[in-house]
Design a protein around this ligand. Structure first.
Ligand code: FAD
Ligand code: FES
Length: 264
């Protein structure tokens, strides 16, 4: 019988600093994820953490993780170098409903490291001739802006608003919280044809969703992704449970009709 908890050793191909505490790790693997899914990433004798897939290329055989240095496992990961190994199991969780978004107007609102799980979604649709994308990305300050190289490209191909909470907007960035800029999104005027994805800290997702609701966007056209503490990731331990919902199995992506009952 196969052991579902057994991870596979995967070589780190490259490490790129995106911010002082958030680095992008590219890892060689034959895991085939979908946008929105996560992987259990571990180091033997240290521990394991769920990390979203921030990028992948199935033909070339790699996955990227944007990892924020916050504790035991992530501290240890930051001590690794290209050529060292990360241990992976997955992919887990559901993915964004890509078919439902195809051919629509897609608004993606992401805050801070919430940009990581939506990066594969943006990359999928930004070049798609039949799906139109509006991006609203918010960061704490200019030093915290992630994926600067990609943002330059996204800016050319979408109508994008980039905000920083404080400081000055040097290069056309707006200052303030993302919620303030939601009414300025171009695509929200064509409500019938719209799907909205919001990913970030719970408070940001809650208030952004409320702002879209105020503008008349129906709940069932809004989607969020949850970063709930997890352990097994396969519906066995109950760590991720909110009431009767197993976030590791039913999520991390939820339609707002369900998410509104889960957000505090
Ligand atoms: C579906 C999903 C996707 C995720 N995607 C990503 C991702 O793409 N990138 C990413 O970086 N993270 C992601 N996370 C979050 C990540 O899994 C957690 O941050 C994880 O706990 C990190 O593990 P750690 O051992 O490094 O941190 P831990 O040691 O578990 O620490 C986690 C938090 O607890 C606090 N803490 C630690 N020790 C103590 C203490 N003694 N007292 C009080 N507080 C303490 C830390 O400050 C930190 O905020 C995701 C989580 C989920 C559920
Ligand atoms: S993480 Fe164990 S049940 Fe979801």
């Amino acid at each position: 019988m196969t052991n579902i908890y057994k991870p596979t050793a995967c070589e780190i191909l490259s490490i790129k600093s995106e911010s002082p505490i958030e680095w992008l790790f590219r890892v060689k693997t034959n895991i085939k994820p979908e946008p929105g899914q996560f992987i259990q990433v571990s180091i033997p004798k240290v521990g394991e953490a769920p990390i979203s897939v921030a990028g992948y290329n199935i033909e070339e055989g790699w996955i990227e993780f944007l990892i924020r240095k916050v504790g035991k496992v992530t501290d240890a990961i930051f001590n690794l170098n290209p050529g060292d190994f990360l241990f992976l199991r997955g992919p887990y969780g559901n993915c964004f409903p890509l078919e439902q978004y195809t051919g629509k107007n897609l608004v993606i609102v992401a805050g801070g490291s919430g940009t990581a799980p939506v990066r594969p979604l943006i990359e999928k649709f930004i070049n798609d001739k039949i799906t139109t994308v509006d991006l609203l990305l918010g960061f704490k300050d200019l030093n915290s802006v992630l994926f600067k190289d990609e943002i330059l490209n996204w800016k050319k191909k979408s109508s994008m608003i980039l905000t920083v909470d404080k400081g000055c907007g040097l290069d056309g960035e707006c200052v303030g919280l993302v919620t303030e800029y939601i009414p300025q999104l171009k695509l929200i005027n064509d409500i019938q044809n719209l799907e909205v994805v919001i990913v970030g800290p719970p408070i940001m997702m809650k208030f952004s969703a409320l702002e879209f609701l105020k503008l008349g966007i129906p709940e069932n056209q809004i989607w969020v992704s949850f970063e709930r503490n997890m352990s097994c990731a396969v519906g066995k331990c109950g760590h991720c449970k909110i009431d009767e919902t197993y976030v590791c199995l039913e999520g991390p992506i939820f339609n707002y009709t369900k998410a509104k009952t889960l957000l505090d």
